[in-house]
Design a protein around this ligand. Structure first.
Ligand SMILES: N[C@@H](CCC(=O)N[C@@H](CS)C(=O)NCC(=O)O)C(=O)O
Length: 226
């Protein structure tokens, strides 16, 4: 089946790195919006000289090229894609949209630190307390059906946290944390709303077509053993 991609108002290029969750936000948004764009992989361990000279002297991804202009910071680049394709990436109801923003902010404040500390700050043993964070987060999730606000596809706020959900689940399924954590999340009725929603995000085209499990698993092992 041939899928016809939407043509953006100006050509889009995304400079990204396969394991970068920040860059993945914009990548997911572009795929979800079914937009034509060029993907350029930047090897962050061996940055091309042209990238530093012409694209980003700070050496970071993501960078979005829109027409002849460049812009950085994943929150900004992803929102730009949503502004270009609002029907695909925003909830129509302004209040639901505000609630979805609060939900993703709370995810980053409450749940994300457990992942970050486990992987980057050698605090794997504290990860079993992730349920205290999920408990506080649950009231902000309301009842996604299957996505926030009853949407049948993930919208901007969910896309902002989708790369961290995929990496959180990679950690949960890994040898580095107790299998009991995943078992509780997937079987305790209290966490059904969270787990079903997370699985829907993982199965969405934006995540399924951009998340490279094998490469990210290597990255996970690298940081955990460091
Ligand atoms: N706040 C930035 C963070 C971007 C970031 O930290 N990107 C990392 C890769 S995940 C990077 O490019 N690091 C440069 C390096 O490793 O030298 C954003 O949200 O875009």
């Amino acid at each position: 089946m041939t899928v016809t991609l939407r043509v953006p108002p100006k050509p889009i290029t995304l400079y990204s790195y396969i394991n970068c969750p920040w860059a993945a936000r914009t990548w997911i948004a572009l795929v979800q919006a079914n937009v034509e764009f060029e993907y350029v992989e930047i090897d962050l361990r061996n940055k091309p000289e042209w990238f530093l000279r012409e694209i980003n002297p700070d050496g970071k991804v993501p960078v979005l090229k829109y027409g002849d202009d460049l812009i950085v910071e994943s929150a900004v680049t992803t929102e730009l894609i949503a502004d270009l394709f609002p029907k695909e990436l925003y909830l129509a109801d302004p209040f639901a949209k505000a609630q979805s923003k609060l939900m993703s902010d709370r995810f980053m404040e409450l749940v994300f630190p457990f992942y970050r500390n486990a992987v980057f700050n050698s605090k794997l043993e504290e990860f079993s307390n992730v349920f205290t964070a999920i408990d506080k987060f649950l009231p902000y999730l309301h009842t996604p059906k299957p996505f926030f606000g009853g949407s049948d596809h993930p919208t901007l706020s969910e896309i902002m946290i989708a790369p961290f959900i995929s990496r959180l689940y990679l950690l949960l399924e890994s040898e580095y944390v107790s299998k009991e954590i995943y078992a509780k999340l997937s079987s305790d009725v209290k966490y059904k709303v969270f787990h079903d929603w997370a699985l829907a995000i993982l199965a969405s085209p934006g995540v399924a077509n951009t998340f490279d499990k094998a490469s990210n698993a290597k990255g996970l092992a690298y940081y955990i053993k460091k």
